[in-house]
Design a protein around this ligand. Structure first.
Ligand code: GDP
Length: 444
């Protein structure tokens, strides 16, 4: 759906062939694309600016890892910096306070406050055995209180009975009191929103805070919030104080830029994300996943990391040369298979490549699973050195012996030999065009 940063950087990456440290020019060229990707991901402009400045500082002069292109190195730095800025994993709701612990939900109208209140209540009740009370402080929209009551009914969570004519502050006081008297561990206050930030809303929030002394104040925001995210987060944080963020509608098209904007402005962690309308569509926030989403690049960074870990550049170069010359024997195939095994097998490699996740099932159906690598390696290692260098000499009787030695059968051996022949032919053909390496090299 979105053109990934990786794709966009492709042309630049391929143009950059230097080795050693990243130059100012390399970084500037890549950062132009990074900036565009961030803006498309709805990251607020001022955050984009400060972010790219930080990356520039880190990237210029950085050593380029062996076997990685400078452009890929920039992507890696961008990604790591994004993860660092988005904060650490597993920031959970803090209930470390005397009961009843008050959680105040704030945000604009329609952001998903009421739904999220129900989701959080359900989660705390089911996973931590907490006794939760929810109260709607939205007196402006009569339907709001009814909506929360219904969610309570649906999830089996207690809701504060509605008393007509009470102000939000009065309801807040009553909720805390009811929570205390009822022996509730947690009281969730679902406050009223507005379509936009205004002074009366901020005053109301500050007043509610004063009387209820919340331990957590969670700002709920739609993940599709664009440039407004900064203003929204800053206002709520400055006027009411925020302890954490919840991003809703992460199941939609949003690319999660709001997470970065709001986190950057408030410094407060994203604690949870909403991923659907159902009451259990609430997940923990994983910075790495959001960084991938913002950059729209699958898990290419892990691929680069794994490649850096497992591939010895010289060996790869020697292999490429061999392939080009068409001399690709079973020893080489066994090296390749081992390399692929190290990278998590076929599934692992495919899963790491953007857009390839869906192919996993097809790969499994074709029997190209990781066990296959093991069996193929066993077959090859049951052969003599001579046979590995020249598999054509294998007679039927030897195949039977090899099958017995490797716990496989003759059909599997023939399949392996056929695959090897095809690969060797393909490589020879590509070698002839002077291209070298081809598909397998791309994987390595
Ligand atoms: P409030 O005005 O802030 O209380 O917002 P609501 O809780 O009433 O939510 C507004 C709409 O957004 C409802 O239709 C919800 O079902 C929907 N909604 C809330 N959270 C999510 C989410 O994470 N994903 C999706 N797809 N819809 C959501």
């Amino acid at each position: 759906m979105f053109e990934s940063l990786q794709e966009r950087l492709g042309s630049i990456l391929n143009g950059l062939t230097g080795r050693g440290a990243l130059s100012e020019a390399d970084v500037s060229a890549a950062l132009r694309e990074v900036r565009r990707a961030l803006i498309e991901a709805d990251v607020a402009l001022e955050v984009v600016r400060s972010f790219t400045d930080r990356v520039r500082e880190k990237a210029v002069g950085a050593e380029v890892l062996k076997s990685i292109k400078p452009g890929q190195m920039v992507v890696k730095i961008v990604h790591d910096e994004l993860v660092a800025m988005l904060g650490s994993d597993g920031e959970v709701i803090d209930l470390n306070a005397p009961a009843p612990v008050v959680i105040m939900m704030v945000g604009l109208q329609g952001s998903g406050k009421t739904t999220t209140s129900g989701k959080i209540a359900k989660r705390l009740s089911e996973r931590q055995g907490k006794k939760v009370l929810m109260a709607s402080l939205d007196t402006r929209r009569p339907a709001a209180q009814e909506q929360l009551r219904q969610i309570g009914e649906q999830t089996g969570i207690a809701t504060l009975p509605v008393v007509a004519g009470q102000s939000p502050v009065e309801i807040a006081k009553r909720a805390v009191q009811a929570g205390r008297l009822g022996g509730h561990d947690v009281v969730i206050l679902d406050t009223a929103g507005r379509t936009h930030i205004d002074e009366p809303l901020m005053i109301e929030m500050a007043d509610i805070r004063k009387v209820s002394d919340p331990h957590e104040i969670l700002l709920v925001a739609d993940s599709l919030t664009g440039q407004d995210a900064v203003n929204l987060a800053r206002s709520f944080d400055e006027r009411v104080g925020v302890t954490g963020l919840v991003l809703t509608r992460m199941d939609g098209d949003g690319r999660g830029g709001a997470a970065l904007s709001m986190r950057a402005v408030t410094g407060k962690p994203v604690k949870l994300i909403g991923t659907g309308e159902k009451m259990d569509a609430l997940e923990e926030f994983h910075p790495k996943r959001i960084a991938d989403r913002i950059l729209g690049m699958g898990d290419i960074v892990s691929l680069v990391e794994k490649a850096a870990e497992t591939i010895d550049a010289e060996k790869a170069a020697a292999m490429a040369k061999k392939m080009q010359s068409g001399k690709f024997d079973l020893n080489d195939l066994s090296d390749q298979l081992r390399q692929m095994q190290k990278m998590g097998g076929m599934g692992g490699i495919m899963g790491l490549m953007p857009g390839m996740g869906k192919m996993k099932d097809q790969i499994a159906a074709a029997g190209l699973d990781d066990k296959m690598f093991g069996r193929q390696l066993a077959i090859i290692s049951s052969m003599t050195k001579k046979e590995r260098a020249n598999p054509d000499i294998l007679k039927h009787s030897r195949k039977k012996r090899i099958a017995a030695g490797s716990g496989t059968n003759a059909a599997e051996i023939n399949k392996l030999l056929k695959m090897h022949r095809q690969m060797a032919d393909m490589m020879k053909a590509m070698g002839g065009k002077g291209k070298g390496g081809g598909a397998m090299r791309g994987l390595m």
